[in-house]
Design a protein around this ligand. Structure first.
Ligand SMILES: [Zn+2]
Ligand SMILES: [Zn+2]
Length: 242
């Protein structure tokens, strides 16, 4: 928990410094992208503040090293990359889903570093175009996979993107990973506060908070940690959460 708290505090400080991102794209183009099922945020449109990004990168590598998530050699390689002119290319490759040849720990460090930047851009984009008609199992903004779900009191299900924190509606009895509607299991856990949707076709699952039963909204960092026992139980049964 100390690790999550440290990461979140740094992220909040950074969010307060970040201005509104300039996204050079028209509302018409955004609506057309939703219609075609293409993510709203292409990498070339996200003008990252690289000095801020590199600063945050250093902090994250230090925090992960201090908590022994990274060993000394990996931390040192990631610090070198953080100063390197090739960093923007490495991050762009991660965004494109290409992690071939990436140093150990790179994915985690990139995801944590870029999250507040992506989240800010994601907020702005969601104010500009409706995403209700999206219908895909990946995030409409960045095409990241869902890391959690929300079951609102009104019914239905929202999926939450772990990369940019966007939430989008998705049919509760369809697997977001393989789109199967057969072989879907749903069960509740921790006194009904959480619901797990597991797919027997592709063996993936998504946890969701039941807002009515939990009596509160999703707090992603908290609920991720609070449901680790569910992850362990499902992993032991051969399911995978990501
Ligand atoms: Zn996203
Ligand atoms: Zn599936």
């Amino acid at each position: 928990m100390a690790l999550e708290r440290e990461l979140l505090e740094g992220e909040r400080r950074l969010q307060r410094r970040l201005g509104t991102p300039w996204l050079d794209v028209t509302d018409e183009e955004l609506a057309a992208r939703v219609g075609r099922g293409e993510r709203l945020l292409t990498w070339d449109r996200l003008a990252l503040d690289w000095p801020e990004f590199r600063l945050r990168w250093r902090q994250i590598v230090d925090v992960l090293r201090r908590h022994d998530i990274l060993d000394a050699a990996d931390a040192s390689a990631l610090h070198d990359l953080g100063r390197d002119a090739g960093l923007p290319d490495a991050v762009a490759r991660w965004y494109a889903g290409d992690d071939a040849g990436a140093p150990a720990g790179l994915g985690d460090v990139v995801a944590l570093t870029v999250r507040p930047f992506l989240a800010r851009a994601s907020e702005v984009l969601q104010q500009r175009v409706p995403i209700e008609s999206w219908g895909r199992g990946v995030c409409p903004v960045c095409a990241g996979p869902p890391v959690f779900g929300v079951l609102p009191s009104a019914g239905g299900r929202l999926l939450v993107c772990g990369r940019c924190l966007c939430r989008w509606p998705f049919e509760p009895r369809t697997c977001p990973n393989c789109q199967a509607t057969e072989g879907q299991r749903a069960f509740s856990a921790l006194e009904g506060r959480y619901q797990v949707a597991a797919c027997d076709q592709c063996k993936r699952y998504v946890k969701a908070i039941d807002v009515r039963r939990a009596g509160r909204p999703l707090f992603l960092a908290l609920d991720t940690v609070a449901t680790l026992a569910i992850d362990q139980a499902l992993t032991a049964q051969g399911y995978s959460g990501d």
